[in-house]
Ligand binder design. Structure first.
Ligand SMILES: [Fe+2]
Ligand SMILES: [Fe+2]
Length: 288
């Protein structure tokens, strides 16, 4: 039995704001240099790369990953966050001016999601002709273990009444169906499965009315369906972001890890060490 540990770094919610924010870019460089120096096998970025759904920020992420040798299918996985796909101001302006039908808005949203997948296609599919869309599964074979990342998009279009801040999430029924198929579960049998989505299973969850009102605008609408799928896939961990807090919690035997926010805590990240027998140690690391 090979007992070599696999090291996975998880960051989230970069909320980059363009090339001019040199401090932020410097922080990002420092983090990537650290990952390389400490022998990080894989990096997960769980969404909200941009603050204003600006492709320029995606470009920065791609360039930085390339610069530090992480822009490879087996080295990095990225998923989209609401701030990558929804520009709230633009949505409202568009809505007030044209009042488009929900179907039209949904089409615009789908196009945006497709753009994200095409932009990061090298990280989504290892093959040139491979499917570049959500959900996607990555099985990486390390000498000691196979790790499977099962990535779902949880960003849900902006709707004035139902999703007024664009921050509510939902995993589409199509994605749930696609990953729930028997051949998918069979293909993951020998793997250590890690689920990925942007939205949190658990937001505040307190009895305070203010927190509850806030929870509603941030929540993953169908989190129970998502959880059921994770159980079917025998996921050990789910990595997410969105709710800018570094935390971990267990739901029905699955450990959820919130990667916090790079924008607000650029020196902190979540580290996973997984051995050949599937034992996992997680910690939040703070750079000096
Ligand atoms: Fe965020
Ligand atoms: Fe978010």
């Amino acid at each position: 039995m090979i007992t070599e540990e696999i090291k996975i770094a998880h960051i989230s919610d970069l909320h980059l704001s363009g090339i001019k924010d040199r401090r932020q870019l410097g922080d990002f460089d420092r983090l990537l240099v650290h990952f390389k120096a400490t022998g990080c096998d894989h990096l997960v970025i769980s969404g909200d790369l941009s603050n204003n759904a600006d492709q320029e920020d995606w470009r920065i992420v791609r360039a930085k990953l390339e610069l530090h040798g992480f822009y490879r299918w087996d080295k990095t996985t990225v998923i989209a966050g609401n701030h990558d796909l929804i520009n709230l101001e633009e949505e409202m302006r568009f809505y007030n001016a044209l009042n488009p039908l929900p179907l039209v808005r949904k089409k615009v949203f789908d196009r945006r999601l497709k753009e994200f997948c095409l932009f990061f296609q090298e990280l989504i599919t290892g093959e040139k002709q491979g499917e570049k869309s959500f959900p996607f599964i990555k099985i990486i074979k390390y000498p000691s273990l196979r790790i499977a990342f099962t990535a779902l998009n949880s960003v849900y279009p902006w709707y004035p009444a139902e999703n007024p801040l664009g921050a509510r999430g939902m995993v589409s029924p199509g994605q749930l169906r696609a990953l729930g198929k028997e051949n998918v579960t069979a293909s993951l049998k020998e793997c250590f499965v890690i689920g990925l989505c942007h939205h949190a299973y658990k937001v505040y969850g307190t009895d305070s009315l203010i927190d509850q009102a806030f929870d509603w605008t941030m929540e993953l609408k169908n989190r129970e369906e998502f959880l059921s799928l994770m159980k079917v896939l025998r996921a050990k961990l789910v990595l997410h972001g969105h709710f800018h807090r570094f935390q971990s919690y267990v739901v029905d035997g699955i450990t959820f890890i919130n990667g916090g926010s790079f924008r607000y805590s650029p020196k902190c990240y979540s580290e996973l060490l997984i051995d050949g027998e599937g034992n996992c140690k997680q910690s939040f690391v703070l750079l000096p």
